[in-house]
Design a binder for this molecule. Structure first.
Ligand code: ZN
Ligand code: ZN
Length: 409
């Protein structure tokens, strides 16, 4: 479950509520939009009032994402959402329970006067914890594991020491008895990380127009010069974008990353024909497929893992030769909520899912080293019906409720 963060609008100072998945701060007062950016990972603190106390911030590492495991003849998946203590002081609670979901957090700032306990846990450590967590649900050894759509962050729990007792500064409840008082924690105090949330103005780098995007969008578009942009290392970089021709009044354009890739290790393929042969599809290979580039088609939006895999496999195997135009849809375009970097991490799982002879080919997965080529963001028209939206040429449909739920992942 996600949580809410309160932050001041950098333009007018008004308080704005953001959800954990939001990447755009849109101020309801001055209507200015800003893209949020963190130089490493987002850092939050739980709200507290403890006047006159020397506050210490205890770090908790948070991971949210989907884990895919390939084993035997199947792929298992699980939505992971864990927050774990990130210091060796095990007198502190191992988890924060439901508090992040029930309290409104804030970002830490370089001006926080509290002391910070050093984080002994790295991103890799937390992935190991996630690994233990996720491998517990498979009975046999797995051959390959991937994490997709992952978000790492740190949540700080404010604590203080009084008369040899350690207190939680949020609830003012006693957590533990410390025989040597504050000294017990002093050795673990680290420098203030001087961390600060950064903002990128949502202005088109090409023409200066205000960019369009929903609050959870990771790709912003310009309706003036027809360009698309993704944040990378604190700046906006261009995204190649195309739209499949064929929409009408009832159309929703779903975004997909179309990513060229080849593999010359483990399982080999250089063209679409090779991919069909390598994955042993029961299809007659057409002459022209021998010269067709191989592309993976990955949903550019978060959705339940079962549907994500289904769409990815179906569209990758079909390699539909759509007629496209350069124009980005200005209305009814579903927001891009999965960045290209995360889509790339899912490609080996799609390859695994495409394989017909899983028992023989799965052990080769760890050796597969994909060479990534060009990537295009492709908006594909889906027509609305009652509960679903349907892509007629590809014969695939997506449940509308599943799309709604995906916004919360
Ligand atoms: Zn404002
Ligand atoms: Zn522009």
């Amino acid at each position: 479950m996600g949580f809410v963060v309160e932050h001041e609008c950098p333009q007018c100072g008004a308080p704005v509520d953001l959800e954990e998945t939001h990447r755009i701060l849109r101020c309801p007062y001055c209507e200015v939009k800003n893209l949020l950016f963190a130089r490493d990972m987002f850092r939050f603190v739980l709200p507290y009032t403890a006047p006159g106390k020397d506050i210490l911030y205890a770090p908790y590492m948070r991971f949210k994402g989907v884990a895919y495991l390939c084993k035997d003849i199947a792929i298992s998946h699980r939505i992971v959402d864990i927050t774990r203590l990130g210091t060796p002081f095990t007198v502190l609670p191992m988890s924060l329970g439901f508090r992040p979901q029930t309290l409104k957090m804030r970002f830490i700032t370089p001006h926080d006067t509290s002391s910070f306990l050093a984080s002994s846990v790295t991103g890799e450590d937390i992935l190991n914890v996630v690994g233990q967590h996720t491998s517990a649900f498979v009975s046999t050894r797995f051959v390959y594991r991937a994490y997709v759509g992952e978000v790492f962050s740190i949540i700080y729990l404010p604590i203080f020491v009084e008369k040899n007792m350690l207190y939680d500064a949020v609830t003012h409840e006693c957590i533990a008895f410390l025989p040597d008082g504050q000294v017990h924690l002093d050795s673990a105090v680290a420098d203030n990380p001087r961390w600060q949330i950064s903002f990128i103005a949502t202005m088109c780098p090409n023409c200066g127009w205000d960019l369009d995007g929903e609050r959870d969008s990771v790709v912003l578009t310009c309706g003036n010069c027809n360009s698309a942009w993704e944040a990378s290392n604190g700046r906006l970089i261009p995204v190649t974008c195309k739209t499949v021709i064929g929409g009408n009044d009832n159309t929703i354009y779903l975004p997909f990353w179309k990513i060229n890739a080849t593999s010359y290790q483990g399982l080999e393929f250089g063209t679409y024909a090779d991919y069909i042969r390598t994955t042993n599809q029961p299809r007659v290979i057409q002459q022209e497929w021998e010269h067709m580039e191989m592309s993976f088609w990955v949903p550019a939006f978060k959705i339940r893992p079962r549907i994500f895999l289904h769409l990815s496999k179906h569209m990758t195997l079909a390699q539909q030769d759509f007629e496209t135009k350069e124009k980005i849809p200005t209305v009814s375009a579903y927001p891009v909520t999965l960045p290209l970097s995360e889509a790339i991490q899912s490609m080996k799982v799609t390859l695994a899912d495409s394989i017909m002879n899983k028992r023989t080919c799965f052990p080769l997965l760890p050796q597969v080293d994909l060479t990534i080529g060009e990537a295009t963001l492709l908006y594909i028209p889906f027509h609305e019906t009652g509960y679903e939206i349907i892509q007629e040429q590809m014969c695939v449909s997506v449940n509308k409720k599943a799309l709604e739920f995906g916004r919360l992942l």
